[in-house]
Design a protein around this ligand. Structure first.
Ligand SMILES: CC(C)(COP(=O)(O)OP(=O)(O)OC[C@H]1O[C@@H](n2cnc3c(N)ncnc32)[C@H](O)[C@@H]1OP(=O)(O)O)[C@@H](O)C(=O)NCCC(=O)NCCS
Length: 178
């Protein structure tokens, strides 16, 4: 019997690319779908993309990329997570949990010991529910023309290995934020 795609459990797929049109398919074409325009920050696109399709439409996304970071004077890398999005009519059904969990499974194969994301304060409890921890210190990030700014959003991290511990010391992302 053919499977009815609308009743099948949602599954995460690797997306070969993720365009502005894909993002609009999920979140619509509004000016500020992530609610971060007030920061005025310039962001990096992500390099690896995970998505969920529902009835031939992309309804969720999470993106990843490796980023250099200085923590307490030592330089290392983190997996940056960004562009987490679920279509408004599909929110509250666990799709962010599903797509972020799948992205993190892949992140565990990328090398860095931690994943890091930036989010608005109201989303901290949601990411805590997914196992992330807020960092209660300022994080410096790069901006065009070599400017260094303090990230105004909350920074959250999650270990990618059982034995990973976030090092102490000041944190500076050696790139644009993602
Ligand atoms: C933020 C967003 C991705 C969440 O998507 P979602 O599919 O509704 O999230 P989920 O249903 O997977 O919820 C994830 C978990 O957080 C929990 N949660 C949701 N809101 C919460 C809150 N305010 N406090 C605590 N936990 C919360 C859910 O119960 C769920 O936990 P559970 O799986 O243990 O039940 C979605 O609202 C969105 O796309 N917003 C617009 C774009 C955006 O702001 N993206 C964030 C970029 S950092």
């Amino acid at each position: 019997m053919p499977e009815n795609p609308s009743s099948a459990a949602p599954t995460v797929v690797r997306l070969p690319r993720y365009t502005k049109a894909n993002q609009e398919e999920i979140l619509g074409g509004g000016d500020d779908p992530f609610g971060v325009a007030r920061t005025g920050l310039t962001w990096l696109p992500k390099e690896e993309h995970f998505g969920i399709r529902h009835e031939d439409r992309l309804v969720a996304h999470a993106g990843l990329l490796r980023l250099p970071v200085a923590i307490g004077g030592a330089t290392t890398e983190v997996v940056g997570v960004g562009g987490v999005a679920v279509a408004p009519d599909m929110q509250g059904q666990g799709l962010a949990r599903l797509v972020v969990t799948a992205a993190l499974e892949h992140a565990r194969t990328m090398g860095p010991q931690h994943a890091l994301l930036f989010c608005r304060s109201p989303l901290v409890p949601l990411y805590q529910r997914l196992g992330w921890h807020p960092l209660d210190k300022d994080v410096l990030v790069e901006q065009p023309e070599g400017r260094l700014v303090t990230m105004p959003l909350r920074t959250m991290v999650t270990p990618l290995r059982d034995d990973a511990h976030w090092p102490s010391g000041p944190i500076r992302l050696l790139s644009l934020p993602m």
